[in-house]
Design a protein around this ligand. Structure first.
Ligand code: PEP
Length: 263
């Protein structure tokens, strides 16, 4: 179902009217985690200033450590809905557990399946049946074929509104959190008709790498990038070191404006 064979054209996924795929490069930005109404609103304003068409933000956080901040749950979803009402930005947010799919789908414009859940087949089937577009992150140890097969689980439930997100894979290299597999973008685009975007924030794990990796993503033909921003990363409850701050936004906006046009 997700294979490029038998598909003459590439799929453009519409998220509440915002296209991902086709000729444009879509910027999705926002806080890694929803922490407070003010922090989420400030991050959304930052995202909008940089040209983001969609707001990201985690209310259910899949943390490697059980002692780390796990997200605000439904309280966080309500904050996202309030920020959407104020800014007009549709929401992309993660669902971690199949049992929460209906709840998260009742707030979200796009459901995110994270790297740690890429092969949670019950979750994939549940999001496939939820009637909302899905962003499927690549498992950090998954091959491209396994990633596409995970997308197939979603598609099998009748949902072809799937966006693939390359977010770095686990290698021996310790200089970055994960290694952005930039070649996965054209490789996947050759194999599937689905849009492919890149997460330079979670792959590099460092603020200074976000813009260079975004440039690489756009240059290689990614259909979008998803980027963490935070008004006060030094106090962030999740992944502060990778979040862009206000002073980075002009450069990000410029990149999003100029680079796609040059390609
Ligand atoms: C996220 O985008 O919030 C996230 C946790 O990303 P990943 O699943 O890629 O680690």
């Amino acid at each position: 179902l997700v294979s490029r064979q038998n598909h003459d054209s590439r799929t453009v996924v519409s998220v509440a009217g915002v296209p991902i795929g086709g000729d444009s490069v879509t910027l999705i930005a926002g806080p890694c985690a929803v922490e407070t109404p003010d922090q989420t609103m400030e991050a959304a304003r930052m995202a909008q200033a940089a040209g983001a068409a969609l707001l990201r933000g985690g209310a259910f956080k899949p943390r490697s450590s059980p002692y780390a901040f796990q997200g605000l749950g439904e309280v966080g979803l309500k904050i996202l809905a309030d920020v959407r009402a104020e800014t007009g930005l549709p929401i992309v947010t993660e669902v971690v557990d199949a049992a929460d799919v209906d709840l998260v789908a009742s707030y979200a414009d796009m459901l995110q399946v994270g790297t740690r859940n890429m092969q949670n087949f019950a979750l994939l089937q549940a999001v496939g049946a939820a009637g909302k577009p899905v962003m499927l992150k690549r498992g950090m140890s998954a091959t491209i074929e396994e990633w596409l097969m995970a997308a197939e689980y979603i598609a099998q439930r009748g949902n072809l509104d799937i966006v693939l997100c390359e977010r770095g894979i686990r290698t021996y290299e310790k200089a970055t959190r994960n290694t952005l597999d930039i070649s996965a973008v054209p490789v996947a685009q050759n194999l599937t008709h689905l849009p492919v975007i890149v997460d330079p924030s979670h792959s590099g794990g460092k603020r200074d790498l976000v813009l260079p990796l975004s440039r690489a993503a756009v240059a290689v033909g990614a259909d979008g990038v998803i980027i963490d921003v935070h008004p006060h990363p030094e106090t962030a409850l999740c992944d502060g070191p990778q979040a862009l701050v206000g002073s980075d936004l002009a450069e990000l906006a410029d990149l999003m404006d100029t680079l796609p046009a040059l390609l």
